[in-house]
Design a protein around this ligand. Structure first.
Ligand SMILES: C[S@@+](CC[C@H](N)C(=O)[O-])C[C@H]1O[C@@H](n2cnc3c(N)ncnc32)[C@H](O)[C@@H]1O
Length: 404
């Protein structure tokens, strides 16, 4: 079938066939926005996701594919006559979910291995087609659709070029989004199911927008994203950008992390929330049942005043700088143990190079589902207690994670 032929009777008998017909029809009548393939059949596969968008290449329309792997993106272009055959080969064999976005309707195809295939129509996310030029600006892990909020938050100019005075922040956001994208892949999010994400101590909301972009625009998941921030003036500014750009499922709320009492969560992030605000955020994440918790601790002030210098360490810890570094390192190490004891598998990731900021560690916890009495959780609790005893530490805010 060429891209301009109408659907055949045979092809419309299956969900995949009907989906392919909609792809063909939207490419033919110009209503196509993009197609996404996600949820690979095997987690062992390198390829995590594919996005296809329409471009003009040497005067002819092509589907430009961005193939996202764990550590890199590659691109490939298909002539329109090849699109149907290529999609038919990928759907169900390499990917179990796909979304076709058009300006009329969005079509969501689910191909779970153990259930019948389903094709569901949703109102369109985009009511206009994107530009078809070949060189639309990408921003690291973000596609060109991120341009509106990056510009509105003063990170890039209208051509998508990062503003020199914000270059460090821009790089930090891209790096963070790259890591968050990989952690989202670890969660195996269900196509079509809402994802509730809270960013606590969100400041101006740069990373809140980034999380919303990844979920809603790039993974085509209905992400409900909220930023919580103590300073009301920052909330007003960020919410004004949301309202101006019409980003419905993103919102900002003034308030303290400690007072947050909203319902269940899928993802909690708290980046550079000061001192023990990180522990409050971790506690909220655990209490609200977050499947992924991601924090970048900063200003470690709690532990140092009570740190006893064990005999062997005493000559080293005479140097204030070493005592300070050990306090930071120990606080974050104990946080990972507290998270493990609370039922999370943890990862420690370098956020940006230490030349940009020394506060560059991300602690990630993925809920393991292990019972509170499991050997790993019990062991982590014991290890935390042993370290506290060794360094003569009193009660710590991070222990709130261990409370029922
Ligand atoms: C260093 S900024 C980081 C902002 C943002 N997360 C980022 O990484 O760009 C820390 C923010 O956390 C906010 N904050 C600190 N403690 C808080 C608390 N207990 N509840 C809510 N916000 C808090 C501060 O007002 C500040 O805007």
């Amino acid at each position: 079938m060429t891209d301009s032929q109408p659907p055949t009777a045979a092809s419309t008998t299956t969900a995949v066939g009907r989906f392919l017909d909609h792809v063909d029809a939207s490419l033919a009548d110009g209503s196509f926005v993009r197609v996404l393939l996600s949820h690979p059949t095997s987690t062992a596969l390198e390829l995590l996701r594919v996005e296809g968008r329409l471009i003009q290449l040497r005067g002819a329309p092509n589907l430009s594919l961005t193939l996202r792997e764990a550590r890199r993106d590659t691109t490939r272009n298909l002539a329109l006559a090849e699109v149907r055959g290529w999609l038919a080969g990928e759907l169900g064999t390499r990917f179990t979910a796909s979304v076709l976005e058009t300006v009329r309707k969005d079509w969501q195809l689910s191909l779970p291995p153990d259930k019948p295939a389903r094709l569901v129509a949703h109102p369109p996310r985009s009511v206009t087609t994107p530009g078809r030029a070949h060189d639309r600006t990408r921003h690291g892990p973000f596609d060109a659709s991120a341009q509106d909020w990056l510009e509105a938050l003063g990170l890039t100019d209208s051509e998508g070029r990062p503003l020199p005075k914000r270059a460090d922040k821009y790089r930090q956001i891209l790096r963070y989004a790259e890591i968050l994208g990989h952690l989202f892949a670890d969660l195996h999010l269900t196509p079509g199911a809402p994802v509730r994400l809270a960013d606590m101590g969100c400041g101006r909301g740069y990373l809140t927008f980034a999380a919303w972009q990844l979920l809603n625009r790039q993974l085509a998941l209905p992400g409900q994203v909220v930023g919580i921030e103590l300073r009301p003036e920052l909330v007003t500014e960020a919410q004004a950008v949301v309202d101006r750009l019409g980003l419905g499922s993103l919102s900002f709320k003034a308030g303290s992390i400690a007072d947050d009492a909203s319902g269940p969560l899928d993802v909690l992030i708290a980046l550079h929330a000061c001192n023990t605000a990180t522990d409050q955020a971790l506690r909220r994440g655990v209490q609200r049942g977050a499947r992924l918790i991601l924090v970048a601790p900063c200003c470690h002030q709690e532990l140092r005043p009570t740190l006893v210098h064990p005999e062997l360490f005493a000559p080293i810890l005479e140097h204030g700088l070493f005592a300070e570094r050990l306090s930071e390192w120990l606080t974050d190490g104990l946080r990972t143990l507290a998270l493990e004891a609370a039922g999370y598998r943890t990862k420690v990731i370098e956020f940006v190079g230490s030349e940009h900021t020394p506060k560059n560690l991300l602690l990630a916890g993925l809920r393991s589902g292990e019972d509170a009495t499991s050997p790993r959780r019990t062991q982590a609790r014991g290890q935390l207690e042993a370290l506290k005893t060794y360094f003569g530490l009193g009660p710590l805010a991070l222990e709130s994670l261990l409370e029922p």
